[in-house]
Design a protein around this ligand. Structure first.
Ligand SMILES: [Cu+2]
Length: 391
């Protein structure tokens, strides 16, 4: 019987890495963590949370509090950084092994209905300030008529809600953790001190931070609590779309979040996300917006003459998304910060895990156009949809 337990921090960090201790050791440790972040998005933030309690310098834009607690208690809790070691020790406990099948994540699974994830980019909110009060929840999610997964989620869905704002807007974000396991939030569109803003919070606690996106684009958000692979792999991710201040050409705009599902059997017929399978990197499904083939069953529809803009985020956790639209060519692919860095006439472009890009096509021919991950070993596991162009 293989060991089903997630690794301790010491198993994630290479053996030659210095352990936490003297400040110089810690700097070297974080340097290694930064290098690891290149391979595992958010891991550096999670590892950076490993400072001893009370050593962080608070920043104005960040608060951590316990809901309903007196100020003194909240202040005490703010000193307590729920760090990677704690997270791992919680996961190591008897609540569950390396599976997402917590009691909360499986309860009532049979009653959960399938719901298509709406790919339409939500309109911008009026004003220049966006206030988001989200909850981390462990809850069952039906991804096909015959399959319910034990999800770790933001706001009860996989992916979490689509956020839409503009460059320079103020985003004030609060995460409250309703779950037994510590969770956190890492916005790739933010420039903040991750050690403070992206820290984990325990059940009943909240963390609030504010940021102003500097660049336009499609950005990932995700839980950065260690092991990051387990938290992203269990459903805690989504897209924040940052539009430029000067509007892009009028278009039908859609958001696609690709992700991989690594599943194993769990009680009550639920399928649970499985950490050992995540490490083996052979997914059962690779999906757009959390459900395999949902846009084959219910295609995206536009009209001849429409410009279509796909904002694509690849949540991974491990594989790239090689985006292609069969029977079309991309009028424009923005490598970053649209309308800058535009590539014309591309056929397929890879979006790295933890990355996002913007794809445009002009629909001047009617028909049914599959949009696919052209890495077909993954595409045929569920990351294919249909764009119907109606005359
Ligand atoms: Cu989490």
């Amino acid at each position: 019987m293989p060991d089903q337990s997630p690794p301790r921090l010491s198993e994630i960090v290479p053996a030659e890495s210095p352990r936490l201790g003297a400040p110089s050791d810690r700097r070297a440790f974080l340097a290694n963590a930064s290098a690891l972040t290149l391979a595992i998005p958010g891991l550096g933030a999670a590892l950076a949370g490993c400072s001893p309690a009370g050593t962080e310098r608070p920043i104005d834009s960040v608060q951590t509090r316990a809901a309903g607690s007196p100020d003194s208690t909240a202040a005490a809790l703010a000193q307590h950084n729920s760090d990677s070691r704690l997270d791992s020790s919680v996961l190591k406990g008897a609540r569950h092994g390396a599976t997402s099948a917590t009691p909360q994540a499986t309860r009532g699974a049979a009653q959960v209905a399938f719901r298509r994830y709406d790919p339409a980019l939500p309109p911008l909110a009026p004003g220049s300030r966006l206030q988001l009060n989200w909850h981390a929840r462990e809850t069952p999610v039906r991804i096909r008529e015959d399959t319910v997964v034990a999800g770790w989620t933001f706001e009860g869905d996989i992916p979490g809600p689509i956020v839409h704002c503009r460059v320079g807007d103020t985003v004030e974000f609060t995460l409250t953790n309703d779950a037994e396991i510590p969770h956190s939030m890492d916005f790739h569109a933010a420039q903040v001190d991750p050690k403070v803003a992206f820290r984990s919070v325990q059940k009943g606690q909240s963390v609030t931070f504010t940021f102003r996106p500097k660049w336009a684009g499609a950005f990932m958000y995700h839980c950065g609590t260690a092991p990051v692979l387990m938290h992203i792999g269990s459903g805690m991710y989504g897209a924040i779309i940052v539009s430029p201040r000067e509007p892009l050409p009028v278009a039908r705009e859609f958001v696609l979040v690709q992700s991989e599902f690594y599943l194993a059997d769990a009680p009550n017929g639920v399928r649970a996300f499985d950490y050992q399978k995540m490490l083996a990197t052979m997914p059962d499904y690779v999906v757009f917006n959390g459900r395999p083939n949902q846009y084959i069953d219910a295609p995206i529809r536009v009209k001849v003459g429409d410009r279509v803009r796909f904002w694509l985020v690849n949540a991974g956790p491990t594989h790239s998304c090689n985006f292609h639209v069969v029977g079309e060519q991309f009028d424009t692919v923005y490598l970053g910060a649209p309308p800058a860095s535009a590539i014309r006439g591309a056929q397929t472009w890879a979006v790295a895990p933890g990355g996002g890009m913007c794809f445009e096509l002009l629909c001047d021919v009617p028909g049914e156009f599959p949009f696919v991950n052209h890495g077909f070993g993954h595409g045929q596991k569920g990351s294919i949809g249909i764009l119907i162009v109606e005359s």
